[in-house]
Write a protein that binds this ligand. Sequence first.
Ligand SMILES: Cc1cc2nc3c(=O)[nH]c(=O)nc-3n(C[C@H](O)[C@H](O)[C@H](O)COP(=O)(O)O)c2cc1C
Length: 210
Amino acid sequence: MIPTATQASATLEEIFRWRRDVRHFRPEPVDEATLDDLLRSASMAPSVGLSEPWRFLSVDEPGRRDAVRAIFASCQAAALTERAGQDAALYARLKLAGLDDAPHQIAVFSVENPEQGRGLGRGTMPDTTVWSTVMAVHNFWLAAAARGIGVGWVSILEAEAVRLTLDVPTSWRFVAYLCVGYPVERSDTPELERLGWEQRQAACREWVRR
Ligand SMILES: Cc1cc2nc3c(=O)[nH]c(=O)nc-3n(C[C@H](O)[C@H](O)[C@H](O)COP(=O)(O)O)c2cc1C
């Protein structure tokens, strides 16, 4: 049944408000049927030319998870060195991935030049396939939040190293590494805001007009 506009917008607004990037997870797994539901929600995303370029890969093998954790550690070390300035101490205190405790890890790729969609809509803007995949990630994130499941997006990773670790075709471009599980806590405020790293800006809630 299609919900009324009032019901739908109120529910959606709550999901938007409480969706968080989660880095602290409880150990219990999410059941397989629920994970399948999240994948189905992700795959309802819009895509350029109906190309559906996303590929969601569940990273289950401990050896591959260890390899991704090592890639993250090395990228984090490099980022810390680059930030030798005044915010390095605060940066070092941030937890920027739930790789040690998230029960599920999902790598998301975008197929470059997919046959599906027959090239429609991306001739002038080839990145639209990646944007379509990001929309699928966002659907996944919101669908998870609606069920009280946390998702943390990890991008402090070297894309080619992840692609090789997960042994996927060269035509698959790495887009996101998601830590998934039940969050330790819920909040309506981003963790980076709570820790004093950055603040949401009023200007971003206003139109730019020309
Ligand atoms: C493309 C993208 C990449 C991100 N990469 C990371 C990351 O590597 N580590 C991290 O802790 N958070 C990462 N985040 C989460 C952001 O820090 C987070 O969305 C932002 O602080 C706002 O918080 P909220 O998502 O809870 O509203 C990423 C988010 C996006 C959209």
